[in-house]
Design a protein around this ligand. Structure first.
Ligand code: SF4
Ligand code: SF4
Length: 143
């Protein structure tokens, strides 16, 4: 390759760099900015207790024994409290498929992180709401 060929390559590279510098980056400024997740993302669950009948099908369907049910803990006429162990869950979706009463869904929340393993067991207080404490890092608050 001669001098002209090398010059052509350099020109093409510079042209590419110039074009890319005016495009939106493909990356996201996570965790300050969240990417849009697909509609069928299997993130952490939400339990709609009003619809739950305490049938236990979700518990039986779980291949890794990640769900515990407490039928004594009732908030409505027929429901039960569910406890999800996210140290075990593989987000396979079998529990959501097994629920015939529209009481269990996946959310798009996929970043589950805690300093203590015990905090990854989501009891009725956490699993029935999408609210979560805002995270703080080096004086900055996000989400
Ligand atoms: S998503 Fe799969 S592994 Fe997780 S709790 Fe449901 S059935 Fe169990
Ligand atoms: S969440 Fe659904 S499958 Fe699980 S106990 Fe309630 S009604 Fe049954």
């Amino acid at each position: 390759m001669g001098f002209v060929g090398t010059l052509g390559d350099i020109f093409r590279i510079l042209r590419h760099v110039f074009r890319q510098s005016f495009r939106r980056p493909f990356t996201y400024f996570y965790p300050f900015e969240d990417r849009p997740y697909p509609e069928r993302t299997r993130g952490r669950h939400i339990h709609v207790r009003e619809n739950c009948t305490a049938c236990g099908q979700c518990v039986r369907a779980c291949p890794v024994v990640a769900i515990r049910i407490d039928k004594e803990d009732r908030k409505f006429e027929k429901d039960a409290a569910l406890y999800f162990d996210y140290t075990r869950c593989i987000f396979c979706g079998a529990c959501v498929q097994a629920c015939r009463f529209d009481a269990l869904y996946h959310t798009k929340i996929v970043d589950l992180s805690e300093g203590d393993r015990e905090d990854l067991i989501y009891g009725p207080d956490e699993i029935t709401t999408l609210d979560r404490d805002p995270l703080e890092w080096r004086g900055r608050r996000f989400r």
